[in-house]
Design a protein around this ligand. Structure first.
Ligand code: FES
Length: 189
């Protein structure tokens, strides 16, 4: 089965990441504390020329408490942008009301969020068409025709749960492996 990395590594481009990076809000608190912890051990790991298995263990801890309802942030995880959005009740209701059978890449809202933390949508911010970074997190403003994310490169629209609804992208935005270690702390990777 293809992993999240497979799907993203196929698509991501450094050029696009640079162009779109400013579209997003960064919340340093928590997110950077976690990144810092990882960064501290990184020189040692790097010197040892680690295997892919070791690299796969790299993770980022993010405190999501500062993310207000309707706001999103982007954090970097293993060189990829990860969108973390605190969904509004309306976005959740919209996502739950969708006829899953009508979707190009069928997935329920519950399958794309975790029990007890349904208000947080965590996904890799790379379009599954050719790897641009979709708009939709900046300023908490949903983009596109489905109150979610819009990739301007070729016009892919994703809904509020990150599911592809229109345009050339074949798949939903990819979900990274993550785990909530407390009510407001999540470890990605
Ligand atoms: S890369 Fe997003 S629509 Fe083509």
């Amino acid at each position: 089965m293809a992993t999240a990395d497979d799907a993203v590594n196929q698509a991501v481009t450094d050029k696009d990441d640079g162009v779109r990076r400013r579209d997003f809000i960064y919340i340093a608190t928590g997110a950077f504390a976690g990144v810092g912890a990882v960064a501290a051990i990184w020189p040692f790991v790097d010197q040892m020329n680690p295997s892919a298995d070791v690299l796969a263990l790299a993770s980022v801890e993010v405190d999501v408490a500062p993310i207000a309802v309707g706001q999103g942030i982007k954090v970097s995880w293993r060189g990829k942008p990860v969108f973390i959005r605190h969904l509004t009740e309306r976005e959740i209701a919209e996502a739950q009301a969708v006829d899953v059978a009508s979707l190009r890449d069928p997935a329920t809202f519950d399958e794309r969020t975790q029990e007890g933390h349904r208000q947080y949508l965590i996904q890799i911010g790379v379009c599954t068409h050719l790897g641009c970074i979709p708009m939709g997190v900046a300023d908490g403003e949903p983009k596109g025709d489905y109150d979610g994310y819009f990739c301007p490169c070729h016009g892919s629209h994703y809904d509020s749960a990150g599911r592809i609804r229109k345009g050339p992208a074949p798949k939903n935005l990819v979900l990274p492996d993550y785990e909530f270690t407390s009510k407001t702390n999540v470890r990605i990777g």
